[in-house]
Every structure is written in C-alpha cells, then in structure tokens.
Design a protein around this ligand. Structure first.
Ligand SMILES: Nc1nc2c(ncn2[C@@H]2O[C@H](COP(=O)(O)OP(=O)(O)OP(=O)(O)O)[C@@H](O)[C@H]2O)c(=O)[nH]1
Ligand SMILES: [Mg+2]
Length: 371
C-alpha cells in the first residue's frame, strides 16, 4: 500500500496527463475530489501524530498579517522597517527559521505582522518549514505575499496556499449541503449550471462518502467549489502583494512585472530604502477593512477619542466581545446612529452589521447598569 503522499502524487500525475476538455471534465472533477479526500486524510493523520504545530504564535492586536514569500526576498527586512521588531536579515536563504511577530500601529489600530520562514514549492507536502508556515497562514486575517526581481512567480505561492486549503481573495461558494441517511442524493440548483452537471456533483459527493442527502447550488459553481464545501476546512482570506527591491529594477522590468501581477492588489516597495512603505501600510489597512465604532453611554456623549476597532461585516455581537462583560451578559438591545442605521437611534439586536463611524449605545436589562 503506497503512502498518502504517493497516492496524491499519482492522482496529480494522472490529472496532468489528461487533456482537459468537455469529455474529460467529468473524470478530472472526480480525480480532484479524490485528491481533496486524500489531503483531508493526511491532515487527520498529521494532527493525530501529536507534536502539534511547530510554532506557537500568540495572536494579538486587531488583526494578524502573515508575510509569505520565497527565501531572501526581504520579508524580515520589511518587518523590521515597519514595526521595529528585530528579525535577522541576511543574504542567504532560510535566515528566518521561526515565526517573528511585530506590531504595526496605524490610525488607532494595531496590526500584528508575522515574519515567517521562506516558502518554497512543495511546502504543503512538507518541504522546508512549509507545513508549519501554512498552518500559521491559515489562522491569519490577511496574507501579504512578497516577491523580488529574482523570485517573481507568485502564482506558485498561490498554488501552495491553495493546496493547504486557503482560498485567496474569494468568498465561500453558495452551496448548501444537508446530509441524510437514506433516499440517495438529490442535487438542486437555483441557477443554470454551466460548469457542473448533476451527475458529476453526485460522483464528487460520493468520493467524500456522502451517499444520501441534498446539495443545493445557489450559484453557477465549479467542481472545485463543490469539493471545497464538501471538504469543509477551507479558509477564505484576503491577500495583497508587495514587490520588493524595486530600486534595483529597470523601468522595463518593472513594467513587465506590473503586467504579470495585473488584477492583484500590488504595491512596489524597497524595504531597504523605506520606499513605498506608507503606501503599503494603507494597502494593508484597506485590505483588513477596519471600521471604527464610537460607544455612547445612555444619555452621555460618544467616546470619539477611542473608537473600538472592528472589521467590516462585524456585528453588534463582535462589539460586545470588546466591551465590559456585563454589557454582554445583560444585553437587551443596541441603539445605532450612523451609516448602518435606517434612521438615527434605530434599535437593533446582536446580529446587526455595523459600519464605519457608527455610534452605538448598549441598552441593558432593567436592574443592571448600562454604558
Ligand atoms: N536591494 C535590496 N535588497 C534588499 C531589500 N530588502 C532586503 N534586501 C536584502 O535581501 C537579503 C535578504 O533579506 P531578508 O530580509 O533576510 O529576506 P527574507 O525574505 O526574510 O529571507 P528568509 O528569512 O531567508 O526567508 C538581505 O541581504 C537584505 O539586505 C531591498 O529593498 N533592496
Ligand atoms: Mg527572514
């Protein structure tokens, strides 16, 4: 019996050998599902094997950014320039062998930046410190890719992250899966499907051991998207790209690179010369989509000096987690003024999504004191 790693490689080879067209798309879809199932099995065994994560990184600040790039592109240099944290930089590969955190402060928020060992192709299969790095990436809020004039293939980095179940700059597919225990598999869709047939969807589900139940596709999903939802352990992260050492680049080289990374949010910098760094910090903050919430005690004035920093999409629920615990415990309702309110002072519940610069009063049950 071959190892899981060998089985994955075998199926990967088969996919590579198969020319993609309409007739083979079915077969390829199934093979991709097979790989996803094997990878799940591999993860299960790795976590059972004990030892756990090679790196324990304590998350702190309002958000965490994972710095991902080939060895020697200048990750540690950037960390030091941005945060003052000392991370050794040197002209040889794999200078950094553990994860070094630094803290960047920007517009009232603190952003933790994690400098990591260089990532090389094959990382998700365990090359270099790849597995550990990838598991830290999975738990961060934003990925910052870094390339330099000698290492420009950032698509290969994207592929490594893909292999580790990280989906970049995309959102979870609108697919709802309800397992059942008899009656077979029923595939329904609310839109016309142009990538995926019902038959292929059934076969993919079976690869995951799902033989009964319902799958509802609420968008024109691909086989890969269905596989992602069945696998269930995907993380969806925003990412930006920093191109470093640009002071060494000829204008022509720079133009070529710009073309190559088109469509990806990119900042050109020189970490060594501190060029482009403030632009990069703005790109980081934009990608993290912070919002500022001003808390107003009942009958009092809002605290405009010290907003609570949340992320776009966060709700009253997340605000409560950042306030004194009794407000959460005795929460009755919230009153909201600002962009998220339909009218000033609207009364809302825990599930109400907040917006930048909202003013919020927490109303607590009678008998307990509000804020
Ligand atoms: N020319 C130039 N060199 C730079 C720049 N930033 C970093 N370097 C140099 O690139 C080399 C590698 O820098 P590091 O910061 O150690 O790179 P790293 O990505 O952390 O490397 P690993 O930890 O090995 O993965 C060092 O010699 C740095 O001085 C830059 O903006 N321009
Ligand atoms: Mg380093």
């Amino acid at each position: 019996m071959s190892s899981i790693e060998e089985q994955i490689t075998e199926v990967e080879d088969e996919i590579r050998k198969t020319q993609y067209n309409k007739a083979t798309s079915h077969h390829i879809g199934r093979l991709r599902a097979k790989i996803a199932v094997l990878r799940l099995e591999r993860e299960k065994r790795a976590s059972k094997g004990g030892g756990g994560l090679g790196y324990a990184v304590r998350k702190s600040g309002h958000a965490t950014v994972g710095l991902v790039g080939y060895p020697s592109v200048g990750k540690s240099t950037l960390l030091t320039k941005l945060t003052g944290a000392e991370s050794e930089a040197a002209a040889y590969d794999f200078t950094t062998v553990s994860i070094i955190p630094g803290m960047l402060r920007y517009a009232g928020s603190s952003i933790q930046i994690l400098d990591m060992p260089g990532l090389i192709p094959g990382a998700s299969k365990g090359r270099g410190r790849g597995r550990e790095v990838l598991s830290v990436v999975r738990s961060s809020d934003l990925v910052m890719f870094m390339i330099d004039p000698l290492h420009t293939d950032f698509r290969a980095l994207l592929n490594e992250l893909e292999g580790a179940g990280v989906r970049i700059n995309s959102r979870p597919p609108k697919i709802v899966i309800t397992p059942g225990d008899r009656g077979g598999l029923v595939i329904n869709s609310t839109v016309r499907l142009t990538h995926l047939s019902g038959g292929l969807a059934v076969q993919i589900a079976r690869e995951f051991g799902m033989h009964n139940g319902q799958i509802v596709l609420r968008e024109d999903a691909t086989a890969d998207q269905l596989i992602d939802v069945l696998a269930g352990n995907r993380v969806y992260l925003p990412a930006i790209l920093a191109v470093n050492k640009t002071e060494m680049m000829a204008p022509e080289e720079r133009r070529r690179l710009q073309e190559k990374v088109r469509g990806f949010p990119t900042t050109f910098i020189s970490a060594k010369n501190r060029e482009g760094l403030s632009e990069l910090v703005v790109a980081i903050a934009n990608a993290l989509a912070f919002i500022r919430i001003y808390v107003k005690p009942p009958g009092g004035e809002p605290d405009l000096e010290e907003p609570v920093i949340l992320r776009r999409g966060d709700k009253v629920e997340q605000l409560l987690k950042r306030l004194p615990e009794e407000l959460d415990r005795h929460f009755k309702a919230a009153m909201v003024w600002g962009k998220s309110a339909r009218f000033p002072g609207q009364t809302v519940g825990r599930g109400h999504p907040l917006d930048d610069e909202d003013i919020v009063t927490i109303v607590v049950e009678r008998g307990s004191r509000g804020q």
